[in-house]
Ligand binder design. Sequence first.
Ligand code: FBP
Length: 561
Amino acid sequence: MAQKTANVSELQVERWKFKPILPDILKNGAASIKLVKGKTTKSVANQYKVKEIFKNTYGLPEITFKKGVNTAFTKKTIKVAVVLSGGQAPGGHNVIAGLFDGLKKANKKNVLIGYLGGPSGILENKFKVISEDVLQEYRNTGGFDIIQSGRTKIETPEQFELIKKIFLLSGVDALVVVGGDDSNTNAAMIAEYVIKEKLDKCIVGVPKTIDGDLKNKYVETSFGFDTATKIYSELVGNICRDVNSSRKYWHFVRLMGRSASHITLEVGFKTQPNIALIGEEILSKNMTLAKVIENITDVIVKRSQTGKNFGVVLVPEGLIEFIPEMKELISSLNDALTENAEAVANVHSVEEKKDFICGKIPNKLADLMKSLPTGIASQLMLDRDPHGNVQVSLIETEKLLVEMARKKLSELRKEDKYKGKFSPITHFFGYEGRCGIPSNFDANYTYALGYNAAALVINGLTGYLSSIRNLIKPPKQWECGGIPLTMMMTIERRYGKDKPVIQKALVDLGGSPFKEFVKNRDKWAAGESYIFPGPIQYFGSANVTDITTRTLQYEHSKKKK
Ligand code: FBP
């Protein structure tokens, strides 16, 4: 079938022609890959508890792919299912393309199906067969629309039973879960279950999330972070240029990244704003909300003294959970909302709900809750997602900061310490970045992750995450293999209970990206060091098309030393 060109952008037509570059080790297919097993592994934290939960998959060895003959390779025909899970991230379609091509390279008769709408699609056995005809419209495109996504948590014995029935009924030999920390926790739980039940099924994960917090020694970055941060950087850079031209507004920009500030840090490097708040630093310094505001207004006041009543502030979406007093409030609200779910559902006005819930949490926290603007208090009481996370994308922290900064500045004005003009404008850049056309890096990386996942599945590996490393080098030199999902697990409190989860990687305050930021931020605060990165480039000089993130560059430069 020819690709349709009606209702399609010129860029997409050109982008279909892009041929992702495979790492050399993968290009001849699974038959020419030798598996090298490392030592047994242990979880990053809470080893005892994690081992108790994952009796069958705990301690698996790390797997590295090397050139050689795969003596265990058979041409057995297999049926593989893929599911896209959690928030969208640029490159999801190329994971499926890589998986499809990797499976077909091993055996043309291999079949790939995609469960629809995320993990709920597995439970409902709703799927679509992925053929070349279906796939070709989606190669190198953004979005997850080929099979959509969802956030259903898989944890109950009934759900596992259902999965067993569906796998057996439909003859699915393997499941590839493309997701972030919560989704790969699902993958780990299913992997444990299939081994316990001796089901002879493979379960493999692929690291996805624009947030960049699914990373460790073996996962250098999750896919989508590169493209999303490039998109946000274009937008923030444009605002910086606008600010530098009009010189009259303070822009407060909240950027996605639920639990970690990697996106803000990366966009900070690419645009050099006057202020970039890093949640992890705020937490480590035990800063109160009042202290965060004081730091922001200090910069505003200083700039105003030289006639600069303008600037740009970057706010990580998850900031609110990093401020210790707010974190305590949210955790207390989580428990109170769960314990009183029925009663809360029957209260309809925000004020009444706030009063009700304030009666269920410690006085100190109730006072804090009451001091917050109604809009924010109401957003804090919204439903948690199926994994128990507060939906920070719905909390307008940038507006909270603006309101509090305005109050503080008017106090300073009364004390004759501020004479400037404060005209703030707020923005939230989140969903704009999640479905962008993948950059060359993400297009190559995701295709390789999918192809690599096919190699893991063909080798019958269960409970592994597709791992591609050495990402700072050209794709041909990337290193491939798999790391045990249990190795990344810890225990966290969710919905008032201890649950196994993949540990999120927060910004490392001892790491070189953060150190680099600290070296520069005072200069950025005082001056106009803005950089205007412009849009992602897909064609042209490799200096602009193939650059990776500054975060990866700084992290790798540290390794070399
Ligand atoms: P994943 O961790 O599933 O990749 O999702 C991350 C994210 O994009 C966050 O940045 C954001 O807070 C959240 O999803 C929004 O979730 P939703 O799509 O459910 O509104």
